[in-house]
Write a protein that binds this ligand. Structure first.
Ligand SMILES: Nc1ncnc2c1ncn2[C@@H]1O[C@H](COP(=O)(O)OP(=O)(O)O)[C@@H](O)[C@H]1O
Ligand SMILES: [Mg+2]
Length: 316
């Protein structure tokens, strides 16, 4: 039996006026799978979420959620999924538990059953002792956990999380991750957008990189790292070190990827440079040899490094 994806976007186009934000985007999320959508600010991550939910109409292509065509049956699919939007949308006029109850009524949940469900979800979110507090009394991390609890009120088959941990401190972030990992273990399908590479690596079975209006890579974190970065990376600090690598060791400028003050070399180039650095011990070179990671993949695929070569006019 061929497994039907929970979410499937085929060749999806989205235009705002003349501007084409999505230019033929393909993406699937399978049952029990967490897919993380990465991409620079403005890449179209939130737009993809909103199109997946049928909250905004595609200008072309097809969106299917739970086997339903979102152009015509969006309301049926939306009733069966949960959403944590990018921006806080809790109701400040209601208490913590009332926020869940009010939301539950949109899904025709009522009375004692709704209250029981809300209490159970507050337990899951670690907010049981805050049940009757005003939402305004909650910390940022608690508000996010409440949004997560709220998204679960209708017993969803899939969750959409748009930057669920942006702006949270490390403890709060880990709190969210624990909740999401627990949901994953229960087989929840999840589409998550994030700028946090750790988050993507910890939570996602597959990572999609969005750039130029398309998914430019979609695979497991490991496979993406192997395909686009390789096993070893050498990080080097400062312009003087760059000059040493290029002029003394003959590392081609194209092999020196620059991100701000830091330079990155990969694979064979990295290990050859490291051998020479170990022998010559140049005073100007401070470096770190480490495994390739998802952030390296992000920089390579979103082209952020390409317009920042070492010789930005100042050298050979
Ligand atoms: N309602 C809208 N009207 C016009 N342009 C929009 C609208 N929503 C988003 N955009 C534009 O679409 C692009 C993608 O936005 P968005 O999906 O929010 O990106 P991301 O979530 O990846 O940061 C941005 O350039 C944004 O300005
Ligand atoms: Mg966004």
């Amino acid at each position: 039996m061929v497994q039907m994806p929970v979410l499937q976007l085929d060749n999806v186009v989205k235009k705002y006026g003349e501007r084409e934000v999505l230019k033929g985007l393909n993406l699937t999320v399978n049952r029990g799978e967490c897919v993380a959508l990465l991409g620079p600010n403005g890449a179209g991550k939130s737009t993809t979420v909103s199109l997946s939910l049928g909250l905004s109409a595609a200008s072309g292509g097809q969106v299917q959620l739970l086997g339903l065509d979102m152009a015509t049956q969006g309301h049926l699919a939306r009733a069966q999924v949960g959403v944590v939007p990018q921006y806080d949308s809790l109701d400040p006029d209601f208490t913590v538990i009332e926020n869940l109850q009010v939301y539950g009524r949109y899904f025709s949940l009522r009375g004692a059953m709704l209250r029981e469900r809300a209490i159970e979800l507050l337990g899951f979110a670690g907010l049981s002792d805050r049940q009757d507090d005003a939402v305004s009394a909650l910390s940022g991390g608690m508000r996010r956990r409440l949004m997560l609890a709220r998204s679960l009120v209708n017993g969803p088959k899939m969750l959409f999380l748009d930057e669920p941990t942006t702006g949270l401190d490390p403890t709060a972030k880990h709190g969210m991750w624990d909740g999401l990992l627990a949901l994953k273990r229960q087989g929840m399908a999840i589409l998550l957008t994030t700028h946090d590479m750790d988050e993507a690596e910890r939570l996602a079975d597959r990572v999609a990189v969005l750039n130029g209006g398309q998914v430019v890579a979609l695979d497991t974190p490991r496979a993406l790292i192997d395909a686009h970065v390789g096993t070893q990376v050498l990080e080097v600090w400062g312009t003087a070190a760059g000059t040493y690598l290029h002029e003394r060791l003959g590392v081609p400028l194209a092999e020196l990827e620059r991100r701000g003050e830091m330079l990155f070399l990969r694979n064979d180039v990295a290990s050859r440079a490291l051998e020479r650095i170990r022998v010559e011990r140049p005073a100007e070179v401070e470096c770190l040899f480490r495994p390739g990671n998802l952030e390296d993949v992000f920089f390579r695929l979103t082209g952020r490094a390409l317009d920042m070569q070492l010789n930005d006019g100042s050298e050979g």
